[in-house]
Ligand binder design. Structure first.
Ligand code: DGL
Length: 275
């Protein structure tokens, strides 16, 4: 649990490679309506999932420091499993504010959801190959068997706003086969983009499998960290800012459809100009 001094003034800073972290932002805004939120989607450099860990770590560092220095963030949420898998540890040590990821909250929610103690995690190649979920689930000490599968291509469908149809279903049938065949009864969507594909994933997995996403659990962890460090906003209505390192017109258009009315416009965030 983060435990660093910070100021109660300032927004919750969040980032992802693109639109996926908006699933976490939605949960944070709903649970903590008095908090200001600044969200950066690094669509200029997405996808992260197939990039070397060192590159993703550098991007994460630049984004997190920008949230603190340029936006005065009082707490940073790495709303991206790929980035959290490779950068949470380091950023927690180097940033002057508390830093939360999505991996541990997701793992906790997953082990709570299973009945037959066979659980699955799907994520990007980067997340699955980092072993972060194996470690996080071991750390829960739950007696479960984990099957993991990387799902390259899912993120690209979401970023293109193609969340249903034959193409995505055919890909899902193929990529989800290992977790389906393992008989899991709870499947963690271990990439913040995947909740937008939950209809297709749910149809392929079947109605007996519970789909778990990390958004709500992460929002609870943010609330607890703010209360614990005396930084929670207690009254008023929070403001919400959304930035993108790519095409901001597209970010505002698709982002508003995915997140909701709080995303009424997007601002530009320029890569490599925040050090
Ligand atoms: N939403 C991300 C994650 O949770 C990003 C995926 C990507 O950019 O490949 O891993």
């Amino acid at each position: 649990m983060p435990n660093k001094p910070s100021s109660a003034v300032g927004p919750i800073g969040m980032f992802d490679s693109g639109f996926g972290g908006l699933t976490v932002a939605r949960a944070v805004i709903d649970l903590l309506p008095a908090e200001d939120v600044v969200y950066i989607g690094d669509t200029g450099r997405y996808p992260y999932g197939n990039k070397p860990a060192e590159d993703v770590r550098e991007y994460a560092r630049e984004l997190a420091w920008s949230l603190v220095r340029d936006f005065n963030a009082k707490l940073v949420v790495i709303a991206c499993n790929t980035a959290a898998s490779v950068a949470l540890h380091e950023l927690s040590k180097e940033l002057p504010v508390p830093v939360l990821g999505v991996v541990e909250p997701g793992a906790r929610a997953l082990v709570r959801a299973t009945r037959n103690r066979k659980v699955g995690v799907i994520g990007t190649v980067g997340t699955i190959s980092s072993g972060a979920y194996v470690r996080a689930i071991n750390n829960t000490h739950a007696d479960v068997t984990l099957t993991s599968a990387a799902c390259p291509g899912f993120v690209e469908f979401v970023e293109r706003d193609q969340t249903s149809g034959d193409e995505v279903t055919v890909l899902a049938e193929r990529l989800l086969a290992p977790v389906r065949d393992a008989g899991v009864d709870a499947l963690l969507l271990g990439c913040t983009h995947y909740p937008y594909l939950s209809r297709v994933i749910g149809e392929v997995m079947g109605s007996k499998v519970v789909l778990v996403s990390s958004g709500d659990e992460t929002a609870f962890a943010v609330r607890d960290a703010l209360i614990e460090s005396g930084m929670a906003a207690t009254s008023g209505v929070g403001s919400h800012r959304f930035l993108s390192s790519g095409d901001i017109a597209w970010f505002a258009q698709l982002g508003r459809r995915l997140l909701g009315p709080e995303l009424d416009h997007a601002e530009q965030w320029s890569i490599n100009s925040h050090s």
